[in-house]
Design a binder for this molecule. Sequence first.
Ligand code: COA
Length: 260
Amino acid sequence: MSFQNLLIEHKDRIQYIIINRESKLNALNNAAIAELHTAFYEAFHNPGVGGIIVTGAGQKAFVAGADISEFAGANAAAGGEIARQGQTKVFDQIENGSKPVIAAINGFALGGGLELAMACHIRVAAETAKMGLPEVTLGLIPGYGGTQRLTQLAGKGKAMEMIMTADMITAAEALQCGLVNHVVSQDELLPKAEEILNKILLRAPLAVASAITAVNAATKAGVNGFETEIEEFSKCFATKDLEEGIAAFLEKRKPVFKGK
Ligand code: COA
């Protein structure tokens, strides 16, 4: 499928999803949100895709937020729908996806842009990237999960400070507070994201999917993550990949996982 606001590229089993509204610093308008839902749905269901890297077109911005121009004139009910639809259709969809998703943060990741990066499983940032949740400067708060995911990743104190001051932080500061996993030069950004993803793609895909579910359970209200871990651990015993992994270990060879 072709998109107006996204570029899709394939490199072996890696699918790139590139937000492509460079003149608007890749701000997410409603159309881009809808396209992201479709692109992730297709990537998660395409057996040829092992994992996904999300990045922004150009070198200036990953995503500079939701498209502010589309908020004008919305009432409280419409505002609630924007947040609910976005969260369920894209941000939760990514977090709960069955394949690893890495955000390659190539520049400004603000508002919905940082929320998009935080919904991904792993974040790699260019050293020039700037991150923040500046919604209060508009009279808003984050609505795509930012208050929750920033608190989970960076801690309550840091989240309170970043969200209430609206200050941007540097990539180095983001690394220090646990918001990103790695900081590299702009040139190294995609190679580093690919290196991590290619390593994951050597592992057993169903076990990786179970790991995503179990780790996510740690931050889901009302869910007993230890129970989820037991269920997912148990599920692995019903896979051919576990047989292959154990056999390969005992035979001192590399496993060939089939995702079955
Ligand atoms: N929504 C809609 N348009 C946006 C946007 C957003 N979130 N962020 C940037 N743009 C647009 C600008 O309006 C401008 O469009 P124009 O050329 O048609 O006027 C274009 O992208 C370039 O942005 P500009 O502000 O001129 O670049 P800059 O280098 O001076 O500043 C930022 C960069 C990121 C600091 C600034 O664009 C900004 O503060 N953006 C909004 C960030 C934000 O509040 N995000 C949260 C939204 S909920």
